[in-house]
Design a protein around this ligand. Structure first.
Ligand SMILES: Cc1ncc(COP(=O)(O)O)c(C=O)c1O
Length: 376
């Protein structure tokens, strides 16, 4: 009889043999081309000082932990104020804080997508949205990535009265391209659907003050729910769902990751409030990021590069082993980059995923492009 350890160990061995093993490594000494710290706020000393000062000034009694879930003992004036400010900032009626974007997506999708409803998902949705769907009782239809014709053909198959959800991302995490939001709004109105928009890679970057792509495009009122995550351009952690007060009341009652989990700590909530105030004024950092993206796109010439015009860039090298070898060469050369392999991306679409940020130096961009394009 196999021991429990043996059962797990065999699965790891199989992964290793297939070149799919995942492992953890520290890359903080290398030039950052893989973090989601798009504005460099995770490393910003003056923000860190302000976070400390603002927290001390609150003079709270519970300083270390929130003491319980929001529905038991974890509710606080600070979290209420943060959610109100966050909703106003994103031009939404209300917001609800979750411990992570993963929790927000799982809680949102698993609770609102119900029996006798249909969810239309872009093929490249993030795992957190997929996991939310796995827990939901709604029917799931997948449309080809950013393919409006495919989506409309699927929408047409259902009676107008059937409640429908369309789930998309502002900026797709693996390909760095954007959802055709205006066209999606047209389709959702035509077919009695509502849009769920994951703004993980757009929050903090797009919009007049970093308040997201929907606000930048002036379509925020057309989107039923937006998810803004704080682990990326905000340089922090956590996420909010933005929407109507009814949606937020519904989530407080039905979103299980919200209900059955300890509330974020007082320090975490305070740090998010300070970050929000800072983010609104970071025009220079957003400008710098946009300049770095333009510079990168202008100088990357090889046809291995994908067409992205965002901070997420892709260099396609087919095959798990080959792309991993290339990533490890790049790491040895001083660049923090990651290979994204099958099954995270479809077979044949393995790639090195590059992320740019406001602090990326132009010389480092040129050096990376040169190293990548040589012997590609
Ligand atoms: C599109 C998208 N949504 C949600 C998440 C999850 O957010 P978090 O890291 O805050 O759990 C990620 C994280 O990579 C993401 O890329």
């Amino acid at each position: 009889m196999k021991s429990h350890e043996q059962i797990l160990g065999e699965q790891l061995t199989e992964r290793r043999q297939n070149g799919l093993i995942r492992s953890l490594n520290v890359m903080d000494k290398l030039a950052d081309f893989c973090s989601n710290d798009y504005l460099g706020l995770a490393k910003n000393q003056s923000l860190a000082d302000k976070i400390d000062a603002d927290f001390k000034a609150l003079n709270l009694t519970s300083i270390n932990g929130s003491t319980g879930s929001r529905l038991i003992s974890g509710q606080s004036i600070q979290v209420e104020q943060f959610e109100k400010k966050c909703a106003d900032f994103h031009q939404a009626e209300a917001s609800l804080l979750f411990s992570s974007g993963y929790d927000a997506n799982v809680g949102l999708i698993s609770s609102i997508a119900q029996k006798d409803q249909v969810v239309f998902c872009d093929q490249l949705l993030h795992a957190s949205l997929i996991d939310g769907l796995r827990l939901s009782k709604a029917e799931r239809m997948i449309f080809a990535h950013n393919d409006l014709v495919d989506l409309e053909n699927l929408l047409r198959e259902y009676p107008f009265e059937t409640p429908k959800w369309i789930i998309v991302e502002s900026v797709y995490s693996m390909d760095g391209d954007m959802a055709p939001l205006r066209e999606l709004v047209y389709l959702k109105n035509k077919y009695n659907a509502e849009i769920i928009l994951d703004e993980a890679h757009a929050g903090g970057i797009y919009g007049p003050n970093g308040n997201g792509l929907a606000v930048e495009m002036g379509i925020e009122k057309e989107i039923f729910a937006r998810v803004i995550t704080f682990g990326k351009a905000w340089g922090n952690a956590g996420a909010v769902v933005l929407g109507s007060q009814t949606l937020i009341d519904f989530l407080i009652n039905f979103a299980r990751p919200f209900i059955y989990s300890t509330a974020p700590s007082p320090h975490h909530i305070s740090s998010l409030s300070t970050t929000l105030a800072s983010l609104e004024t970071q025009f220079d950092l957003r400008k710098k990021l946009k300049e770095n993206i333009e510079f990168f796109v202008q100088h990357s010439k090889s046809n291995h590069w994908g067409p992205s015009k965002t901070a997420i860039q892709t260099f396609f090298i087919s095959g798990n082993q080959i792309v991993k070898k290339k990533a490890s060469e790049l790491q040895k050369a001083g660049f923090a980059v990651k290979a994204i392999v099958y099954p995270t991306v479809p077979k044949g679409e393995e790639r090195i995923r590059i992320t740019l940020n406001s602090l990326t130096k132009k010389e480092a961009i040129l050096a990376l492009i040169k190293t990548m394009e040589t012997h590609a």
